[in-house]
Design a protein. Sequence first.
Length: 271
Amino acid sequence: MPQVPADSVKVALSTSSVYPESTAAGFALARRLGYDGVELMVGVDPASADVDAVQRLSEYHELPVLAVHAPTLLLTQRTWGPDPWEKLDRAAMAAHQLGADVVVVHPPFRWQRGYAAGFTEGIRRLEQSTGLTFAVENMYPWRGPGGGDVRAYSPSWDCAVLDCDHLTLDLSHAATARQSSVAMVRDWGERLRHVHLTDGTPGTADQHLLPGQGDQDAAGVLRELATTGYTGHVVVEVQTRGLSRTERSNALAVSLNFARHHLTTSVGQIQ
């Protein structure tokens, strides 16, 4: 199997990981803890939609933006306008301005009929016209009070069944969907281009636990990435709401150390 140098996979911090603190706080904490860069979550903090301001933060902290998460979440439906294609166009422009090479996007909601109908073709056109990777993220079925699935995405919450060349694996979403992240890494092969390192357990809630706190074998995922020659980014995207600033800093330091330790250990095991 191909070897992966320990320093070839960059470990970034999603700015959503410091919520309810600001995008600026995310950059400052990522720099202080020694992350390789950040993934910009557009829309959680209104300042995140100001690309010039984000560029100034990146330059001030000397920390690159490695990926842009387009505002395609339910809570960011109005960020950068209501048209989903305009959102993706603006995400591409932001990525070019900030020097990122990946745009993360969710599958369409079922009520976005026109967007859903042309989604895979449109994503492919955007990749060809921008030179960026648009990595579609795995989601999970919404479950009603009785435990039944609610059809929220079209054509599917499962990005693997879509005709998309590049995918993002989120371990917490996999847990909520009752899937195995290790198996998904193996099954997706070269389609896997981006990873949200987190964790979770089966249920109705998308938990975004620290890696190692759930059932997704996050260490095994990192080992699999190393042994399969993965060259994308690993982004820590965890829930720290309710923690003090000191506790948040400690949690994100632990997550960074977890990622680097298991990537490095994996490399050593296959040499």
